[in-house]
Every structure is written in C-alpha cells, then in structure tokens.
Design a protein around this ligand. Structure first.
Ligand SMILES: *Cc1c(COP(=O)(O)O)cnc(C)c1O
Length: 425
C-alpha cells in the first residue's frame, strides 16, 4: 500500500467522528457508511487528500430531519414554520406518551376505555359551553367529517363572502364538495343578509355553515349575519372559527372564539389546535352532544383519528400556564423594547450595524387578519438574512426596506443570547 492510501481513514474511524455519528442517528448507519465509502474512493482516485475524507463525507451528507428555527419574523403562527411551537409541558407530555400508555385502557378495571378521555375532559372543561367534544386530525378534517356526516348528498348553506382559500391552493369550498355535499351559496362577496339564508334553507339543507374569513378582511360596504340570528332558522349551525381561541382574547377583539359562538347558539364549532390555542395540529369539534356523538361514531372518524402524541400534547397545552403562542400574544411591548435595545447594543459592541426599530407583529396563519400587535426588532444589514437562515439553529427574520428585522415578539427572552451568537459566528 502506498503511504497516502494508508492515510485514508478506515470506515470505523470515520464513523466515530462526531458529525458522522450524529448524522447516523437521523440517516441510519448504512447511509452514512455509503457516503464515507464514496469519499474514500475519491481519495483513492486522488480527487481529495486522505485528510479531507471525513470533512468531505460530512459535507456530502443528504439533509435529514427538520432543522430548529428561531422565529424572529414577528408572525406568531407561521405556517411555514410549523404553526404553534409546543409548550415545555406539552413536550414533556409527548415524551411520556411516546411509549406504551393507557390511551385506550382503564387501568382500574383492566378494560378498554374511551380513547384519549383525559384530553377530552380537559377540552370539555376549557369550554363549558360545549355539551360534548371530539378531536380529529386538523381543522379541515373536522369540517370534512361534519360535511360528510350531515350533508353528503344534501346542501350546505354558506355565504359567498366566506368561501375561503386556506393556503397552498386548498379551498374550503372544494373540501366541502369533495365529501359529496352541495354548496348552496348565499349573498354576495361583501354582503349577506338573514333573508338570504332564510330563502335558501329547506328540506335539502344539511346545515348552515359560518366560516371565519381568517386570513383576509373585507371592509367598506359589508354585512354579515351573526351566529345568534342564524341559530333561530331551524337548521344546525356549524361555525368554523378557524384559529382555536376557546374564549375571547382582549388583544384580538374581532377574532371569534368557541365559547361565544356556542353561547350565541352554534350547534357545533370547529377549530384548529395549532393556531391560537398554541397546541399540536388537531381539529376540535365542540358542541351539541347528539351531534358530536354522531360524528364520533361515523366511519370516517376512524380515518381522521388523532395519535396518542397529539392527545398528550393537547391535554398538556390546555393545562399549561406557559404556552408560547399565548406568551407571544401577551408580550409587553415595553419589555420587547428593552430586550431589543440590549441586543442591539451588544451587537454594536461586536462591531455590527444594529439598531432598535419599532415594528408590527401579526398573528398570521389564519387568525386575526388585519390586526397588528406593537412590537420591537433589531434591524441589521440585509446580508445577515442568508447567514442567519443557514445557521444552527436557523434564525428567520423578515426583510423590510433593505434591512433584516429580528422581531422579538415570538422569541423567548432566554434565546436572545442565541440571536447574538448567530450574528457573530
Ligand atoms: C386554518 C383554517 C382551517 C383549516 O384548519 P387546519 O387545521 O389547517 O386543517 C379551516 N378554516 C379556517 C377558517 C381556518 O382558518
């Protein structure tokens, strides 16, 4: 063997490198081994030096796993960032539920029990206005289940102003029609009156649907019919509130909540678990006991059933006093200002052109459209954007007028030092 061949690290030696050991956890040993063998071959062909084998193998690893991101966009529920970050309590609950659990077993009797009963009890307790509750995979699944069970082959009466596209090309009207229901559109884009609904309701009506236009606002010459007026028309009223506020929030006066919709007479409310509720992806069904039971027993319900991890995270979210989405929503602007000042000053002492800027944060992700939350950011030269995005953890800010803004509303204060480190590394 020539000397340089002898210097090529053996596969076992390469696998012991921390970068490659870590990669083997995500990618599997065989895949990492293949990458090492390839780098060894390149060294034998003289394309790289033997000393470069490990770093070359590490550099050519395929991406695996989701990268952790610090959300400095000022968008609290960011769809591309996985919507709601789970609370520490929810993370603990998920870890505990990861093994065998009593999700569908009563340990007292040793018999089968209702799946996820403690999570259902927590949800029911959080919305006493609901006679019964059920949880499915996401908000769209909740609507699909209701439409299938109540309106397949029949009509859903819905205002033209509420036929929304929820994102990535998915449109609620298409989803509803895919269940075999027909849409009976009433009113116009900007105005719908009670007589529009009265004229449309008849023997073919499965239910009246009211959808929260959660990602846009129509202003000017507009009118919509409130839930309490729809409740008296003789047909079930399903209200898709979207973002999952269970009770009103003072900072979001226009955002509908489950308790108020039920108190106003809604038969059923549907919502997402991972928007303003701040929990895992889930679809909440809240309301009339007979209706919820019918949905729960429908064959489709089995296909929309949630995982034990979701149930664990949802229950913990409902009990937690420290939910990140809530914290971001309730953050005090003066505190954000002080944090931004401190961070900007630290970065200036590192020689970086950083200044404090006042910003507007938003709920995002299908909630509180048109409403901004006063916030504060550190403004940096635009060149930092790509570098921070590619760091570990990745930091995502937002670009505004040629500057990169790191908005602190969604960044836990404990992570400010990581923002500084990301800028200086
Ligand atoms: C987000 C949203 C949905 C869809 O919920 P998912 O949990 O994303 O499936 C449906 N309706 C409204 C009004 C929404 O805002």
């Amino acid at each position: 063997m020539t000397d340089f061949r002898r210097r090529i690290p053996r596969t076992d030696t390469a696998l012991a490198d921390p970068r490659l050991t870590a990669a083997a956890i995500h990618l599997g040993r065989a895949a990492v081994k293949a990458v090492i063998v390839e780098a060894q071959d390149r060294a034998r062909r003289g394309e790289i030096t033997p000393e470069e084998v490990i770093s070359s193998a590490a550099a050519s690893l395929p991406p695996a796993g989701m990268r952790q991101v610090i959300n400095a966009t000022g968008v609290i529920v960011h769809t591309n960032l996985g919507r709601a970050p789970l609370s520490a309590d929810a993370v603990t609950a998920v870890t505990e539920a990861a093994g065998y659990t009593d999700v569908e077993l009563d340990l007292h009797t040793g018999r089968r029990a209702r799946r996820g009963r403690t999570a259902m009890a927590a949800l029911a307790a959080a919305v006493p206005e609901a006679e019964a509750v059920h949880v499915v995979n996401n908000g769209a699944a909740a609507l699909a289940l209701a439409a299938t069970a109540l309106a397949a082959g029949r009509e859903i009466v819905v205002s033209r102003g509420e036929l929304v596209e929820i994102g990535d090309g998915f449109r609620l009207p298409d989803l509803l029609v895919s269940t075999g229901a027909r849409l009976r559109e009433v009113g116009t884009t900007n105005r719908t009156s009670i007589t529009d609904y009265v004229d449309a309701i008849g023997p073919e009506t499965g239910f009246v649907l009211k959808v929260h236009p959660s990602n846009f606002v129509v202003s000017g010459f507009t009118s919509a019919v409130p839930v309490n007026d729809l409740a008296g028309l003789g047909a079930p009223v399903i209200v898709d509130i979207g973002s999952g506020l269970l009770t009103p929030h003072p900072a979001l006066p226009d955002e509908p909540d489950a308790a108020s919709a039920l108190a106003a007479g809604a038969t059923l409310v549907t919502a997402s678990g991972d928007k303003l509720l701040g929990g895992p992806q889930a679809g909440l069904l809240l309301g009339d006991a007979d209706l919820v039971e019918r949905l729960r027993r429908h064959p489709l319900a089995r296909a929309l059933r949630v995982d034990k991890l979701t149930l664990a995270a949802l229950e913990a979210t409902l009990h937690s006093q420290d939910v990140p989405v809530r914290r971001a929503l309730d953050a005090d602007p003066d505190t954000l200002h002080a944090r931004a000042d401190a961070l900007a000053e630290a970065l200036r002492s590192d020689g970086i052109d950083a200044v404090t800027t006042e910003t507007d944060a938003v709920v995002g992700g299908g909630g509180a459209p048109g409403r901004t939350l006063p916030s504060w950011a550190v403004s940096l030269p635009e060149e930092y954007a790509a570098r921070l995005r590619l760091g570990d953890p990745a930091v995502l800010g937002r670009l505004e007028r040629g500057r990169l803004l790191l908005d602190l509303r969604c960044v836990p204060a404990a992570r400010d030092p990581e923002l500084r480190a990301a800028c200086t590394s």
